[in-house]
Design a protein around this ligand. Sequence first.
Ligand code: HEC
Ligand code: HEC
Ligand code: HEC
Ligand code: HEC
Ligand code: HEC
Ligand code: HEC
Length: 462
Amino acid sequence: MHRQSLQKFYGWFTALGLLVGVLVGVGYYRDEYRPWKDYQRRFIREEIRRAATPEQRLLAQSTALQVRQILLPELNRVDRCTTCHLAVEDPSYGGYPQPLAYHPLHDEHPFDKFGCTICHRGQGRATTVEDAHGKVPHWDDPMLPLKFIQASCGQCHEASDNPAAPQLARGEQLFETVGCRGCHKLGGVGGIVGPELDKVGARRSPDWLKQHFLEPAAVTPGSGMPPQKFSETDADAIVLFMLSQTGAELPVFYASMKVIPSAAQGRRLFQQKGCIGCHSLGGQGGKVGPALDDVASRRKPEWIVQHFRDPQTVSPGTVMPRFGFTEAEARALTDFLLHQRDQKVALDLPSLMTPIDRGRDVFRKYGCAGCHGPEGKGGVPNPNAKTAQQVPALTYVADGYTKAELRKLVTNGQREIAALDPQRPVPPLYMPPWGSTIKDAEMDDLVAYLFSLKPKGEDLGF
Ligand code: HEC
Ligand code: HEC
Ligand code: HEC
Ligand code: HEC
Ligand code: HEC
Ligand code: HEC
């Protein structure tokens, strides 16, 4: 009886035993054949094949299969990408199929200090392709498509200063000239009609951004943002610039490039320090010192740097002041002078600009073009606005307003926009008040510029 009741369970014991066995087997199999182990075996086979001496062969054969990782406490990351991307530092693997290829651009960014995800995003700790590359649901930081990789450079480099990231520079340039700031704040400067963009790169995907630029209202119903008429490459560049705005704060070492010598920084210094008072460039400026257009053909870079450190040491008796530049500043200025020719750097020298020129800059800086079109020529849709369902052009404001009235209007804005059809939703775009943003002197220049928009000669004949 007793025995019989036990016998009743034998079948179950057997089944359970088998199940455990299978599970252990599957576990072992899954562990042994994890995809990353496959890649490591492939790598080891390749190393063995390449071994030139018995020692090298032995070394390759004894390579352990193991998860590899780069610890980056300062960046609060652990990157295991090199578990599969095993040869990133070995140039002889150039052109190998992934994940075994050599990586370009790492001399400047040693992997032991930078890891991988700081540039590529993705999930650093993961050891499967899908997880690491971040294509899993609920992972909100997927790997950047390679096409947009330059977005990452902006975290540590000034967007406009990095010749290795031309798309990023283009994106920033578009942002500053097309008029995005008319409606958006970035870094605290800009309008209030659209959301702040400081962290937009952390909350929006490349696809979303691109769709939204081409047709905002299709992505955000009722959006007041005008569709942007970008070429394909420019659309990608502005998407990339948006992706670069993550709001991440990096430790000083990593972000140090933002202040590292560069032609653009040199140019800023050139403008700030008043070099133009004594030197000319492109025919503009003073005559106390030599014109600097061709200085690169006259002087060696070392001479120029030394001259900035202390002019007297290379030009005894010179009247050129010793500015007390830091080493980085001296190099940046030299860089600027040596490259200003091929870079065709536009020098906006405030002292030589007319109020109208400066006003054009104010118009650009605050993004008025975002609503009023380039040079205030209009054309930006404002559904249901009485003004032809567009934001009005500014070409003829000189006829409708005195300077004082114009100033007042730009200062106070205009919230209520007359609707064409009172039954339909109110026009989404209104004239924001700029009084608290635009400084007094800027406002004078802006008004001068607005007055200058009227085509010349149109008053004649009446
Ligand atoms: C489990 C192995 C594995 C891990 C871990 C892994 N990768 Fe990969 N990676 C691959 C393989 C395989 C490919 C090539 C096939 C593909 O694109 O999926 C690849 C391709 C890539 C590419 C090229 C994609 C393209 O569009 O051409 C990039 C960039 C990349 N990996 C970055 C990373 C980064 C960054 C990490 C760490 C967060 C990482 N990988 C972790 C296996 C891995
Ligand atoms: C400083 C930024 C930066 C870091 C750090 C970085 N990458 Fe890259 N990676 C790039 C850029 C830029 C490219 C595109 C290069 C090109 O245009 O060919 C790239 C390309 C790649 C590719 C594709 C190469 C190809 O041509 O198919 C892989 C794979 C990759 N990186 C993996 C890694 C891994 C793994 C790490 C960490 C060990 C890493 N990257 C670290 C910037 C970076
Ligand atoms: C996490 C911060 C960080 C990111 C992201 C980053 N860089 Fe850098 N980069 C640096 C630092 C720091 C240096 C200087 C390294 C040093 O001097 O040791 C540097 C150096 C360079 C240099 C050499 C500049 C010189 O004057 O010596 C180039 C070129 C460069 N980076 C291009 C890029 C590109 C292109 C990208 C994007 C794909 C990128 N960097 C992304 C931090 C970064
Ligand atoms: C006429 C005003 C206007 C102009 C000009 C404008 N936007 Fe917008 N933008 C908006 C409004 C309103 C929204 C919010 C509704 C929506 O998502 O479309 C918005 C949304 C966005 C978003 C989504 C932000 C988020 O977090 O959801 C991005 C990104 C953006 N704009 C970027 C730009 C860029 C870049 C430019 C310049 C090329 C630009 N905008 C020009 C009004 C404008
Ligand atoms: C968010 C969109 C938007 C931005 C940005 C914007 N405006 Fe306007 N602006 C408007 C709208 C809409 C009107 C029409 C108001 C009305 O119909 O009463 C207007 C009207 C004007 C007018 C009066 C035009 C007329 O014909 O009566 C002037 C002048 C003007 N804006 C100047 C500017 C300047 C200068 C800037 C930049 C500092 C600027 N605007 C930025 C939307 C904008
Ligand atoms: C007070 C007038 C004065 C100012 C301000 C001044 N310089 Fe000079 N600079 C001179 C004179 C005079 C010389 C010629 C004598 C010499 O070599 O020092 C000169 C020489 C130079 C040279 C060498 C040109 C050559 O062909 O030999 C360079 C480069 C230069 N200056 C750059 C600058 C820069 C950049 C600034 C601003 C940071 C600046 N200077 C500010 C007066 C000035």
